[in-house]
Write a protein that binds this ligand. Structure first.
Ligand code: ATP
Ligand code: MG
Length: 154
C-alpha cells in the first residue's frame, strides 16, 4: 500500500470509530408506544440512521450483549426484561456520536436524568429505561456488528 493510501485508510478508520454509535429501543418503550417519539428525538438531534431493524433478542443474545454485567445482582432481571418483547436496533451516525448520544439519552436511572433527555421522557425505572446507548467507540463497533451485517449498513 502506498503511503497516501495508507493515510486515507487510517483516516477512514479513525472517522468510523468516532462518528457512529449503536442503540436499542428497549421492550418497555416499544410496549408503551414510544418508538416514533424516540426516533423523532434521535433524528431531531442530528443523528442519521445508517442501519435499523425491528427484532427480538434471544436469552443467549441478551446474555452475550450484557455479558459485562453477568456478576451483577440484576443480571437475571436484565436478561428477562431485554428478551420479553421486540426491540428496535439501530446504528446512528453523527460527529462525536457515542458521547452526544449518551447525553441525549440521559442517566441510567430516569430519576437522575436531565430534563428533555430520552430517559427522562420515556423511561419508567433504572431497570426499564427505554433505550440503550454504547459507552465507547470500541463497544459501538462490537454492538453494531452483533446486530448487522455489512449489507444492512448504509
Ligand atoms: P445501557 O448499557 O443499556 O445503555 P447504561 O450504560 O446507562 O445502560 P449500564 O450500567 O450499562 O447502564 O447497565 C445496563 C442496563 O442494566 C441498564 O440500562 C439497566 O437496564 C440495567 N441496570 C443497571 N443498573 C441496574 C440496577 N441497579 N437495577 C436494575 N437494572 C439495572
Ligand atoms: Mg451500558
Amino acid at each position: 500500500m502506498s503511503c497516501g493510501i495508507k493515510r486515507i485508510f487510517a483516516q477512514n478508520l479513525i472517522e468510523m470509530s468516532t462518528n457512529r454509535t449503536f442503540t436499542m429501543i428497549k421492550p418497555d418503550a416499544v410496549e408503551n408506544g414510544h418508538i416514533g417519539g424516540i426516533l423523532d428525538k434521535i433524528t431531531s438531534a442530528g443523528f442519521k440512521i445508517v442501519a435499523m431493524k425491528y427484532t427480538q433478542l434471544s436469552k443467549r443474545d441478551a446474555q452475550e450483549f450484557y455479558a459485562i454485567h453477568k456478576e451483577r445482582p440484576f443480571f437475571g432481571e436484565l436478561v428477562e426484561f431485554m428478551t420479553r418483547g421486540p426491540i428496535v436496533a439501530a446504528i446512528l451516525e453523527k460527529d462525536n456520536a457515542v458521547e452526544d448520544f449518551r447525553a441525549l439519552i440521559g442517566a441510567t436511572n430516569p430519576a437522575d436524568a436531565a430534563e428533555g433527555t430520552i430517559r427522562k421522557m420515556y423511561a419508567t425505572s433504572i431497570g426499564e429505561n427505554a433505550v440503550h446507548g454504547s459507552d465507547s467507540d470500541e463497544n459501538a463497533a462490537i454492538e453494531g456488528a452483533f446486530h448487522f451485517s455489512g449489507r444492512e449498513i448504509f
